[in-house]
Design a protein around this ligand. Structure first.
Ligand SMILES: [Zn+2]
Length: 97
């Protein structure tokens, strides 16, 4: 097998895993790495994993710096209170598109 075939196989498996994961609201970059490092395993995991929760329109996902909880806040919010630990955190609002 030629080296370029191995590289092409890795990129195809990574890309396919990323595309499947992205369609399920999962991390495309994370699944690209998983699919590239473990080609068939990454692809199988991407196919079997349950869909993630979509972020509602006009909102975005943030991670609390204190407890690591994920939550959705308004896209233009510059401050939010964590629902888990009640810590108020500042964040950079997304630029208006
Ligand atoms: Zn928290």
């Amino acid at each position: 097998m030629q080296p370029w075939m191995i590289i092409a196989f890795i990129l195809i498996c990574g890309g396919a895993s990323a595309a499947i994961a992205n369609g399920k609201n999962r991390s495309a970059a994370g699944f690209f790495l998983l699919g590239a490092l473990f080609p068939l395993i990454g692809l199988i995991v991407a196919l079997l994993i349950s869909p993630g929760h979509p972020v509602p329109k006009g909102m975005r996902k943030v991670t609390c710096p204190r407890c690591g909880t994920h939550q959705n806040i308004g896209a233009s919010d510059s401050e939010y209170e964590c629902w888990q630990c009640k810590q108020t955190s500042e964040t950079t609002p997304l630029a208006n598109r």
